[in-house]
Write a protein of this length. Structure first.
Length: 468
């Protein structure tokens, strides 16, 4: 239901854009962006099979989350709280978000759940091979797979000697399989992750540090990273306290397997915070936490329903909070007003004719094309600066400011389009400093303002079909 209710957003448009490109162009774009190609190659296969929309590509995430939940429930099948684990997952807003996005996080969660299943049982030779394959798949799906792999390295210290060696061999095999992408990952521009830096700056300092511990709770604050509803502050505080108590109860008199998962969780969360603080942004709360959620659920499930009685009351409170959050989120998605790109697309749909040229900055390029719908194939699209087409997943206005030399050539090209009888449409963004570079196009080509959304966009045009 969420996959249908939530409106697609920019990163999902980027997924669809890459799915429509040949494999060589996908790899070229990812050399300048922030992730390995595994997920996008799977989306390319889906596109070749007929999935040519964001909502169709979301099916991959739905399948990943369903598989992950099944694997995780199987991993805790011998614990007293196996029913609690299933309920906790069913009411979890993080899984709701992961299942409805055309992004790699649903598959990343499935990989983490698979690692939990293998670490929680007898790790024989065949299971070690499977663990290596799961970790390699996680690394090729998302760079955070490396954090999951690191956590498994340290957690394996608590296994029996023979199983520990097998786990480390599996990790080594996974890293060897990922070697071809290491060099690419290290050379990717930091600008592609700047949005996470700005988002983290908006979080309270305590939340930046404790988020890996608290985020797996169904009622944790999600900050600026996820469009999920939040409960009132006192209920959130009570829910987080209940979560911490349940975790402590899960470790009370814990056996070695429980400490394996606690170590995985602590090391993974610590690595996320440390890498973000010391290297560059890698941690978006509510997304990266999906590699920690399986470990947290195993710890809680190991303690609920055992020697304590109060733990079930705390769990019920968390489940109700999660269900309410999910319900409010779905309602907010259904009632959300159309985003600015859809407002702009509606104007274009009324005025533009097949063969017209639309010029927009990289800020609008993906969202506007998708919002226009099938009619976008009949339009000629130009992006300013042209370099944004090489990496449409992110936009840095410094690129626009450095592209002033493109304006004269763009003006000549558009003048030819007008002379041939085609309409020309220019989307300007007053909030961007580079917007002033496009001023000569308006005067030279005789473009006139057609519509505007104050503070967001102004549409200039000339020619085209009569307004409908």
């Amino acid at each position: 239901m969420g996959a249908l209710a939530a409106r697609p957003w920019h990163d999902e448009f980027y997924t669809l854009e890459l799915a429509r490109r040949p494999v060589g162009e996908i790899l070229a774009a990812l050399h300048l962006d922030s992730g390995p190609p595994g997920y996008y190659l799977l989306c390319r296969l889906l596109h070749l099979a007929g999935a040519d929309s964001v909502r169709a590509l979301r099916l991959l995430s739905v399948a990943g989350v369903v598989l992950g939940v099944a694997l995780l429930v199987l991993a805790v099948r011998s614990t007293p709280g196996r029913w609690a684990a299933a309920a906790l997952l069913a009411a979890h807003p993080l899984l709701l978000a992961a299942s409805l996005e055309a992004r790699p996080y649903g598959l990343l969660f499935a990989a983490a759940a698979g690692a939990a299943l293998l670490l929680g049982g007898r790790l024989g030779g065949r299971e070690a091979v499977l663990l290596g394959a799961v970790l390699a798949a996680a690394c090729w799906v998302h760079s955070l797979g490396l954090v999951l792999t690191l956590a498994v390295v340290v957690a394996a210290v608590l296994l029996e000697r023979r199983e520990r060696v097998r786990a480390w061999a599996a990790v080594l095999g996974a890293l060897v399989l990922h070697l071809p992408w290491f060099g690419v990952m290290l050379r990717q521009p930091p600008e592609s992750l700047e949005w996470m830096a700005s988002g983290r700056a908006a979080m309270p300092a305590w939340q930046r540090v404790l988020a890996p511990v608290l985020q797996p709770s169904p009622v944790a604050p999600r900050g600026p990273f996820l469009p999920l509803a939040e409960l009132p502050g006192p209920l959130v505080a009570a829910g987080l306290a209940a979560w911490l108590v349940l975790l402590a109860g899960g470790l009370w008199g814990a056996s070695r397997p429980r400490w394996v998962f606690w170590t995985w969780w602590a090391v993974g969360g610590g690595a996320l915070v440390a890498a973000t603080a010391l290297l560059r942004p890698v941690y978006a709360p509510g997304r990266a936490d999906l590699i920690l959620l399986p470990a947290a659920v195993v710890v809680v499930a190991s303690g609920v329903g055992g020697r304590f009685r109060w733990d079930r009351l705390l769990l019920v409170g968390l489940l109700l909070g999660g269900l309410v959050t999910c319900g409010l989120t779905l309602r907010s998605w259904a009632a959300a007003p159309p985003p600015p790109a859809e407002e702009l697309a509606a104007v274009l749909a009324r005025r533009a004719a097949p063969g017209d040229t639309v010029v927009c900055t990289g800020w609008w390029y993906l969202g506007l094309r998708q919002a226009v719908g099938p009619a976008e194939e009949g339009l000629r699209w130009r992006s300013f600066p042209a370099s944004t087409l090489e990496h449409p997943g992110w936009y840095d206005d410094a690129l626009g400011l450095a592209a002033r030399g493109e304006v004269a050539g763009l003006a000549r090209e558009l003048a030819r389009e007008l002379a041939a009888g085609h309409g020309v449409w220019l989307v300007r963004t007053p909030a961007l400093a580079s917007d002033r570079l496009l001023e000569p196009l308006v005067g030279t080509l005789g473009l006139e303002p057609v519509a505007a959304s104050p503070g967001r966009w102004v549409l200039f045009g000339r020619g085209g079909a009569p307004a409908r």
